[in-house]
Design a protein around this ligand. Sequence first.
Ligand SMILES: NC(=O)c1ccc[n+]([C@@H]2O[C@H](COP(=O)([O-])OP(=O)(O)OC[C@H]3O[C@@H](n4cnc5c(N)ncnc54)[C@H](O)[C@@H]3O)[C@@H](O)[C@H]2O)c1
Length: 308
Amino acid sequence: MRDGTAVAKESMEIKRVGVLGCGLMGSGIAQVCASAGFEVTVLEVDQKFLDKGFAGIEKSLAKFAERPPEKGGITAQQKDAICARLKGTTNQSDLADRDIIVEAIIENVAEKKKMYASIDGIVKKDAIFATNTSSISVTELLTAVKRPERFIGLHFFNPVPLMKLVEVVRTIATADDVYHTAYEFAKKLGKVPVRTSDKTGFIVNRLLVPYLLDAIRAYEEGVGSLEDIDNAMKLGCGYPMGPFTLLDFVGLDTTYYITQVMYDEFKERRFASPPLLKRLVMAGWYGRKSGKGFYDYSDANQPRANKL
Ligand SMILES: NC(=O)c1ccc[n+]([C@@H]2O[C@H](COP(=O)([O-])OP(=O)(O)OC[C@H]3O[C@@H](n4cnc5c(N)ncnc54)[C@H](O)[C@@H]3O)[C@@H](O)[C@H]2O)c1
């Protein structure tokens, strides 16, 4: 794999960032960009989504303001300065002067391609387009623009202000200087970038998804109860949470969707959804967000394992 560092020493200077989407990920990405000193414009389809996303940013920054400086804390003045660097818009023409566009709109190929096609003629020609997609092929998305060599994946993790990793995804069309610039940009955000290529799941989901699916299969085969498998992986491997707690946190619908995309790409059983996952999703048991998944969250402080 070309890593983009040996060939291209030059990286373009990034000052102004555009973020598409102000949902869970877009608001987090906008926050870390503004916290790192970049001028940020966030595009949404409706003012109400900007209001919601910006309220989330405000809440998150307030938590950082309560922390001591050695634990990443910020002062009230720094918080105000960060907020002053953030602007929301519903007008695509406000993106014209951005140096990089980080896209975090809904995970839908048609929607994303439509969005890229419509901003391609608006955003300046040498700007970089970076998608935060988790499962769509970056290569498929770049077909929507006339600057495929300036297109890349920047895959952040949730919650963005706390998670250090960014997967920097190269396609066969990506120019070396673009890759290098995006990699350095992730570092300037205080993140730890890793290099990867455009294969579905990148690094983390490629390894994590089969593990989670194996945990479900182990449960289906009676290897252990939900709590015992969770405890075993926590206490035996030092994982911060067991596989079923993590599945409920990520969302079973999201996981099921990713298994379909990954199975379609690799045609390997390890990426195929076990029957139980599919049935939980059909029943609308999506995990924490729906109040029920592998665990029942009626009492949020004391989740109870469901009998499955
Ligand atoms: N949720 C995660 O844990 C996670 C992690 C890594 C990557 N991702 C990826 O990030 C992206 C966004 O995910 P999310 O969880 O933040 O979704 P979300 O539903 O919370 O937010 C998506 C936002 O995009 C907005 N939007 C939709 N169409 C738009 C358009 N045409 N123009 C502007 N805004 C538009 C929506 O109004 C919504 O606010 C997806 O590609 C997803 O795969 C998600």
